[in-house]
Design a protein around this ligand. Structure first.
Ligand SMILES: NC(=O)c1ccc[n+]([C@@H]2O[C@H](COP(=O)([O-])OP(=O)(O)OC[C@H]3O[C@@H](n4cnc5c(N)ncnc54)[C@H](OP(=O)(O)O)[C@@H]3O)[C@@H](O)[C@H]2O)c1
Length: 345
């Protein structure tokens, strides 16, 4: 567990994920004197506010993390590829939020609630990859069901907040919303499409052969890796929605063994990191706003897929649900901090 005896670096501290990591550390009263923050050369010399103090932003170099117990990497894949192995060499454990090492079999890809045991054998400074944000939310929400009934197939549609594309994208949504409401033309910069009052296919690159975009490909490969199950079939459709933070996902799943709706609901009792928000009478279910700023993945709209066959006893292998989770927290900064907690225990 990260404690005040540790020294922690946040690399890319000025970005959307980096700032969330600082917010979590601050809420745990981690001392400013044990914290180092780094960013790009553009930010070096400026300060960042933390717990009422201004902390100088350092360059993102191995020297800046020398003497740190762990560095939470909240920058791009390029930065991670260049810097993370060097940081491990100087004795600092790295938890990387980028996609740089997620497919590297020598680097664990970890969601503590699901495959945290992968961290048990790590001794000394090491590198651990934090999975893709939509993937983390999906596997945390579905893991209780998978444990009880097995999962053979997942068809999932995402409704992804713009903050998944960083701090500049959040600013773009705020600015565009103001421009549209005041009748001004919008000028997309971060996204190719206008993001205010619009829904569009995820902005990651589309593979010309498969038709999958990068986000969809990550959900497939990373979920399989985290669950250590290459046979699970996953069909994602990833879409951006005009929401600042907290992705939502609608999933239809095929179980290995049939279950009643009550049995699926029961699977969530005491499930770590998940909270049921499933009030049919009041039409109250997970929303991005309810999930924003929270640690839990909210799960609701539990129901048997009406289009699929049922067993004679009413059970079914086909179930639907809706989930929402703050991808800046559990989808990135919080998951990384939980990994560091486990490694520094
Ligand atoms: N946003 C999410 O929901 C989310 C979820 C999961 C994973 N991730 C991953 O987490 C990482 C950070 O994402 P983000 O959304 O926080 O991005 P962001 O808001 O754009 O922040 C990027 C950070 O990287 C720093 N940086 C840029 N160029 C750099 C360089 N050459 N050397 C060192 N630092 C540099 C920036 O510093 P300056 O301010 O100085 O430019 C900033 O602190 C990305 O790899 C992303 O894929 C993001």
């Amino acid at each position: 567990m990260i404690s005040s005896k540790h020294v922690i670096a946040v690399v890319g501290a000025t970005g959307a994920v980096g700032r969330e990591a600082l917010a979590i550390l601050e809420s745990r009263q981690f001392p400013a004197s044990r914290l180092r923050v780094t960013a790009s050369e553009r930010s070096v010399g400026k300060t960042i506010e933390y717990a009422g103090q201004n902390i100088a932003i350092l360059p993102s170099t191995p020297d800046s993390v020398r003497g740190c117990d762990a560095a939470l990497f909240c920058a791009s894949s390029d930065v991670a590829r260049r810097l993370a192995p060097e940081c491990v060499k100087v004795g600092c454990t790295v938890v990387d939020n980028s996609s740089a090492f997620r497919a590297d079999p020598s680097v664990p890809l970890v969601v503590p609630e699901v495959n945290g045991r992968e961290l048990a054998s790590r001794a000394g400074p090491c590198l651990v990859a934090n999975p893709n944000c939509s993937t983390i939310l999906l596997v945390v929400a579905l893991n209780p069901i998978r444990r009880c009934f097995g999962i053979r197939r997942i068809v999932v549609s995402t409704y992804q907040a713009v903050s998944g594309a960083g701090a500049a994208a959040m600013e773009e949504l705020r600015q565009q919303a103001a421009d549209v409401l005041s009748g001004k033309p919008v000028q997309p910069k971060v996204f190719a499409e206008p993001c205010a009052f619009n829904i569009f296919s995820h902005n990651s690159k589309v593979d010309l052969d498969s038709g999958l975009n990068g986000e969809e490909a990550k959900i497939i490969t990373e979920s399989r890796r985290i669950w250590a199950d290459t046979s699970i079939e996953i069909s994602p459709t990833c879409v951006r929605v005009p929401v600042l933070r907290a992705h939502a996902e609608a999933a239809t799943i095929t179980l290995d063994r049939p279950a009643s709706e009550a049995e699926v609901r029961e699977a969530f009792a005491d499930a770590p990191g998940v909270r049921l928000v499933d009030d049919r009478a009041n039409n109250a279910f997970p929303t991005s706003l309810k999930a924003s700023g929270g640690d839990d993945i909210l799960v609701g709209r539990l129901r048997i897929d009406p289009s699929a066959p049922r067993e004679p006893d009413g059970r079914s292998r086909h179930h639907c649900l809706l989930l929402s989770g703050d991808q800046l927290r559990k989808g990135a900064a919080l998951n990384a901090i939980q990994i560091a907690d486990a490694l520094l225990r």
